[in-house]
Ligand binder design. Structure first.
Ligand SMILES: Cc1cc2nc3c(=O)[nH]c(=O)nc-3n(C[C@H](O)[C@H](O)[C@H](O)COP(=O)(O)OP(=O)(O)OC[C@H]3O[C@@H](n4cnc5c(N)ncnc54)[C@H](O)[C@@H]3O)c2cc1C
Length: 382
């Protein structure tokens, strides 16, 4: 078959669907292509933590790994971007739930950041006032105060901080809801495996196992697989798959706890009733195998924050891939006249997607080659 739309979006993850929704709302005819069901990759398996302040556990791209130990906060550029994106979630969540009829399972439990060194404590103390002034109330807590909340928490002598504002959603519900919003605005979702993208005169063509799709603009939002799709354009995207594994545990009698505990990993009692232990970060290509070493690492990390959690039955052990970039910021830009790439959400792609969708929409409707934000432009890597 062959078909034509104003825009073809490759990828029905959160980046592709947020983009498709914005473009459809702007009156463009949009076709979204994906080889798999909505949310099959990271977008449907992520922890669903919407946190503009703190670093993610295991969610490293390159920069975070290079940061000196003890820095618990996101670097400035990441914080700025996630803050704008976080606000987009706050603004759009009611609309997304209403249009889609899907409950995103918004969960406002605060984050208890545990400190493991004097350096982490000092770092936390330094940010407390700033974050509180930004509207994210943050209370520094001693080890005794933390144990006073729940005797199962295992703080060190350096205590911790309770941060209000970062919250959780269910990422699978979210990506499915975005698909419904995009469809309600007129976008078409089709199943196809994309083999290549070709720049033509006045447009581009997507070649798939189902035929050819022509468009005025093609948006490649294929997560870490975007790197291969843009290679023929002579672009080295610098996006690689960072393998992340998550365990879901069944707490006995459904008894969880009321805060997200964050230290060497995230330990969070989600609205599905399970306690998620997230996540590892590994450079292992696209190997989808859940590993024993990741399981041991996650359980050990859980144990140091709440000993008994490491004994709870494992209900699920999942694997997915972050589209990681060297500076842990997304990459948005044109790889040719009619082909745009939008990827690189790393460990914060669920937070960032609504903002990125709006940027790409502005690029398409405004005819710009680069997004209106240099920090995430394709050209920043030269
Ligand atoms: C363990 C883990 C935990 C995370 N936790 C969080 C979190 O708490 N908060 C947060 O903000 N972010 C989190 N993330 C990051 C977030 O999940 C990702 O950044 C985001 O989902 C990436 O979305 P995407 O749309 O770019 O890519 P994907 O979700 O990977 O979607 C890409 C889509 O493209 C399709 N595709 C690829 N190639 C082709 C092709 N050739 N033809 C057709 N279709 C194709 C795929 O099937 C897929 O559906 C986490 C990630 C991991 C791995």
């Amino acid at each position: 078959m062959s078909s034509r739309s104003d825009v073809v979006v490759i990828g029905s993850g959160v980046f592709g669907l947020a983009t498709a929704w914005e473009l459809a709302k702007a009156g463009r005819s949009v076709t979204v292509l994906d080889r798999a069901p909505v949310g099959a990759e990271a977008s449907g398996r992520a922890l669903g933590r919407l946190d503009p302040l703190l670093r993610g556990s295991g969610s490293t791209g390159q920069t975070e790994q290079d940061l000196p130990a003890g820095q618990i906060a996101k670097p400035e550029a990441q914080q700025e971007l996630t803050l704008v994106s976080y606000n987009a979630h706050r603004e759009l969540t009611p609309e997304i739930e209403e249009i889609s009829g899907i409950d995103l399972q918004v969960d406002e439990q605060p984050t208890l950041q545990l400190f493991y060194s004097q350096e982490e404590h000092d770092f936390g103390a330094q940010y407390t006032a700033d974050w509180t002034a930004m509207g994210f109330r943050t209370d520094l807590l001693s080890a005794d105060e933390i144990r006073g909340f729940d005797s199962r928490y295992l703080p060190t002598e350096f205590g911790g901080a309770l941060v209000y504002g970062p919250y959780f959603i269910d990422s699978l519900s979210f990506v499915r809801a975005l698909a419904e919003c995009a469809k309600a605005a007129g976008a078409r979702l089709e199943t196809a495996t994309v083999n290549s993208v070709e720049q033509g005169s006045g447009g581009a063509t997507v070649h798939t196992d189902q035929g050819h799709y022509a468009a005025e603009t093609v948006v490649i939002a294929a997560g870490p697989w975007s790197t291969e799709l843009v290679k023929p354009f002579g672009v080295d995207l610098r996006v690689h798959p960072s393998k992340g594994e998550i365990l879901r545990l069944q707490p006995p009698g459904g008894a969880g706890f009321g805060v997200h505990i964050h230290g060497p990993c995230s330990l969070v009692h989600k609205k599905d009733g399970l306690v998620w232990v997230a996540a590892t970060g590994e450079d292992a290509g696209f190997d989808r195998t859940p590993t024993d070493h990741a399981k041991s690492q996650l359980l050990e990390n859980a144990r140091v924050m709440m000993a008994e959690s490491a004994e709870w039955p494992i209900v699920e052990h999942s694997v997915c891939f972050r589209p990681a970039t060297p500076d842990d910021l997304p990459i948005v830009g044109s790889v040719s006249e009619n082909v745009i790439v939008a990827t690189g959400g790393g460990g914060s792609g669920i937070v960032q997607c609504l903002y990125v969708g709006r940027l790409v929409e502005k690029m398409v409707t405004g005819g710009d080659a680069e997004p209106q934000n240099d920090a995430i432009s394709l050209s920043r890597f030269g």
